[in-house]
Design a protein around this ligand. Structure first.
Ligand code: ACO
Length: 328
């Protein structure tokens, strides 16, 4: 049996902030940047920012409901719920358990995966493995983030890059793929190039509570590992790169996406890019881009998708899947 994609959904906070508005807000804090710099270096034109009360679990629940509707299923049909997030509502319980409660279902397995911007691909591969082992029949896999909470709004080199949101997929089991193959990797020796090192201890945050990044080191690593993972996953799936219809990489920066597609020798028309609309939403970026491409009618039944994640850890991975009739 194979895991099959039955439906997708997504959710964005109400507040959309254009580069121009962000530049204006940052100027009031004495932070100098420009809309042209942001767009030229990253491809980002706007991002969605959660209100002070809105949490990852709320965005995740909204995305999950949309995915369940698309799959014509109810929350009670789900027996595995995985949320990929680096911005959980609380230290514990898991965001997945909070989503389960908000959806009004209970009894199935629910847990979080923490692999930062690779989180969704890690969660998808985990769900696929558990389902193929017979531990679950229908899964919700969600990426949800409120990265705006961990940004230093006085650090122009990072705060312009990220946004908030959530994306979800429903998986079921069937006799044809579905998910053909997954690959997952990490290199912890690169932990320091992208991190939020603070921790809560003794009632206080100990250490730096905001995201820090060596942008150029992240850029180089991302391009290299996205290339490697793409080649590895198509080989595991027993196909060639030309048989891939759509490449949906983690939406970090349009220059990373273009460099990846170029290195793979693929037609840029096969790239799904939503970084202009959503900015970098970490674990939410791949399912947000997937849902956008499904709902806009770009992705149709029978097509092969290459999903790719890369982020803090560094951790990275890829999944190769075919879209079934139910999902398209
Ligand atoms: N506005 C204006 N100037 C800026 C800004 C800004 N927001 N940020 C940095 N600069 C300045 C720097 O101070 C520097 O000025 P200097 O030359 O006077 O010192 C200049 O721009 C160039 O800085 P670089 O860091 O060399 O700029 P670069 O071209 O590398 O672009 C960027 C920076 C966009 C972060 C790039 O390195 C990048 O895309 N890295 C990948 C990282 C990424 O996408 N991270 C997202 C999270 S990781 C992930 O999701 C995988």
């Amino acid at each position: 049996m194979y895991s099959q994609l039955l439906g997708t959904g997504s959710a964005l906070p109400r507040r959309c902030v254009s580069n121009e508005e962000l530049v204006h807000e940052l100027a009031q804090r004495g932070v100098e940047t420009s809309a042209a710099w942001i767009e030229e270096r990253t491809g980002i034109r706007q991002r969605f920012i959660a209100s002070a009360e809105q949490t990852s679990s709320q965005l995740a629940t909204q995305a999950a409901r949309a995915a369940l509707d698309a799959a014509s299923l109810a929350a009670r049909d789900i027996d595995l719920l995985i949320v990929a997030t680096s911005t959980p509502d609380m230290i514990f319980p898991s965001t997945a358990c909070l989503v389960q409660e908000q959806l009004g279902c209970r009894g199935g397995a629910a847990f979080d995966v923490q692999a930062v911007c690779a989180g969704f691909v890690y969660a998808l591969a985990t769900a696929d493995a558990l389902m193929r082992q017979g531990l679950a029949r229908r899964a919700l896999v969600i990426g949800a983030e409120v990265f705006s909470r961990i940004l230093d709004w006085e650090d122009r080199s990072t705060c312009v890059l990220f946004g908030d949101g959530a994306g979800a997929v429903v998986l079921g089991l069937g006799e044809v793929p579905g998910i053909h193959a997954n690959v997952l990797h990490a290199d912890g020796s690169l932990a320091s190039i992208l991190r939020t090192p603070g921790q809560v201890a003794g009632g206080r945050v100990i250490g730096h509570p905001f995201l820090t990044m060596d942008g150029q080191a992240v850029f180089k690593t991302a391009v290299q590992v996205l290339d490697q993972a793409a080649r590895e996953v198509v080989e595991r799936a027993g196909i060639t790169l030309d048989a891939v219809d759509w490449v949906i990489p983690h939406q970090a920066n349009v220059r990373i996406l273009q460099a990846t597609i170029r290195r793979l020798g693929l037609d840029p028309g096969r790239l799904v890019s939503t970084v202009d609309q959503h900015a970098n939403t970490s674990a939410a970026s791949v399912p947000l881009a997937l849902d956008w491409a499904m709902r806009s009618g770009r992705i149709v039944e029978g097509q092969r998708l290459l999903l790719q994640g890369v982020g803090g850890g560094m951790a990275w991975g890829a999944s190769l899947l075919s879209v079934s009739r139910a999902a398209s």
